[in-house]
Ligand binder design. Structure first.
Ligand code: IMP
Ligand code: MG
Length: 180
């Protein structure tokens, strides 16, 4: 195991099983809807790539990049760094996210996409950390992989200062890794 990881929260196998389950649900619910799956970069890339390869219906994919974070605490500022390239008006859209934390960036992304008048808009997040939600955020993702405790996690796309995204599992960092 990577030396800065204190413990594995979700193993490669647990994640893989959950991806199969979520992808089966989406394939069934969007079978005749030609949905657009929108990934929120960069944290979602690994989850996104695994998900879409298990989704066996016609669909399109697109990406957005929003930013609200520096280090381990949210600033509350959300900036659109990369916009969609597909026109989602009257399309069925599912936002794929790595983690629903304070909710600020996903809430802003959701409202932004809603303004483009999609036929429907839902959220699928691999991880949900409900204890971290800030006041005023009422969005409820329809599809949630795992509800996790209030710990800072890395791996499977999630980073700390841009590192650890490549770990094949989701783990908790050792406290000393924050200080270096
Ligand atoms: P928000 O606080 O819900 O707006 O989350 C914003 C972004 O912060 C997420 O998309 C992640 O990229 C990042 N983030 C939140 N919690 C964690 C974590 O535990 N580990 C790594 N990144 C996180
Ligand atoms: Mg992210």
């Amino acid at each position: 195991m990577e030396k800065n990881i204190e413990k594995v929260l979700l193993s490669r196998e647990q994640i893989q099983a959950k991806v199969l389950e979520l992808a089966a649900t989406l394939s069934e619910e969007y079978a005749d809807k030609d949905p657009v799956f929108v990934g929120v970069l960069k944290g979602v890339v690994i989850f996104f790539a695994d998900m879409v390869r298990e989704i066996n219906i016609p669909c399109e994919i697109d990406f957005m990049c929003v930013s609200s974070y520096g280090g381990t605490s949210s600033t509350g500022n959300v900036m659109i760094k990369k916009d969609l390239s597909v026109d989602i008006k009257d399309r069925h859209v599912v936002i794929l996210e790595d983690i629903y934390d304070t909710g600020r960036s996903l809430d802003a992304t959701y409202r932004y996409l809603l303004s483009k008048e999609p036929a429907s808009l839902e959220i699928c997040t691999l991880l949900d950390k409900p204890e971290r939600r800030v006041d005023g955020i009422t969005l409820k993702p329809k599809y949630v992989g795992f509800t996790i405790p209030n710990e800072f996690v890395v791996g499977y796309g999630l980073d700390f200062n841009e590192h650890y995204r490549n770990l094949p599992y989701i783990g908790v960092l050792k406290p000393e890794a924050y200080q270096n």
